[in-house]
Design a protein around this ligand. Structure first.
Ligand code: IPD
Length: 257
């Protein structure tokens, strides 16, 4: 296994363990809001600090983009992390949250890890392979929409009517949908073959950078904005198994001939 892949796997485990410890510690869950409905806990801040410190100690010239602290540093190597994705679930004691860490080098995402500590699931990928703990990685082979499951993400950046119309199109195509409240959880479902599609209309890079590396390594397909654009603004993100083009078109609101 290459050094950087080994490093992010260990770091994701350490970050997840710290988050779990802080959740059970008085004061660890002090909650603030960055915007209505967009929460940050003391654990989000502490876990991102841990991730930044470990990267700085090992790869001191690399830059880091984190959900809580933004972009720090100027380098062709940029680590991209959401220390606790699914904060609203995490702070309520629900299991659907995850740690996401990725690395971009020379304008390309090369490494990624998603760790869902409360589910005991970890997947990671780098140029030299795919690592999965807790379940086998590999996208679904289902090609019948009536047997398919679509995970959706939602943020107020999408108009509620547009989101409702998307759900309508999924149900009309005969498929089912879920919304877990954590992009890492929905994307993990695609990676493990437990869902066929993940879609979010306006998603930040730190929520999905790791999955953009891991989904293709697990046999699936991804679509998002070019990295230079996605580094500075959220964009539409799609991850899927590759076997349901009509359903994917319906999810995205694209007509197919
Ligand atoms: C959020 C979750 C949610 C997604 C939002 C994200 P956060 O991340 O992943 O599922 O729909 O777009 O912002 O704020 O809990 O880290």
């Amino acid at each position: 296994m290459d050094d950087r892949l080994d490093f992010i796997i260990r770091l994701a485990r350490e970050a997840g363990m710290l988050a779990q410890t802080l959740r059970a510690t008085p004061g660890g869950l002090q909650v603030g809001a960055k915007a209505p409905g967009d929460f940050v806990t003391a654990a989000d801040l502490a876990v991102e600090r841990l991730i930044r410190n470990r990267i700085a100690a090992r790869w001191p010239t690399d830059a880091v983009l984190g959900e809580e602290g933004g972009l720090q540093g100027d380098s062709g190597a940029i680590w991209i992390t959401d220390p606790i994705d699914g904060t609203a679930n995490f702070m309520r004691g629900a299991a659907d949250w995850g740690v996401s860490i990725a690395l971009a080098q020379a304008g390309r995402l090369t490494h990624g890890v998603i760790y869902l500590p409360d589910h005991g699931l970890l997947v990671a990928a780098g140029p030299r392979g795919l690592v999965a703990e807790g379940a086998a990685a590999g996208v679904s082979g289902i090609s019948d929409a009536s047997a398919a499951l679509v995970h959706l993400g939602y943020s107020p950046r999408e108009a509620p009517t547009a989101h409702a119309a998307r759900i309508g199109r999924i149900l009309s195509a005969g498929a089912q949908y879920r919304r877990s409240g954590a992009a890492t959880v929905g994307l993990m479902a695609v990676i493990l073959g437990r869902a066929e599609v993940y879609h979010e209309s306006c998603l930040h890079l730190w929520d999905c950078a790791a999955a953009l590396v891991i989904v293709p390594a697990a046999g699936g397909q991804v679509q998002s904005a070019p990295l230079t654009d996605h580094l500075v603004a959220p964009c539409e993100v799609l991850a899927h198994s590759g076997h349901l083009p009509d359903l994917v078109a319906a999810v995205c609101g694209l007509a197919r001939p």
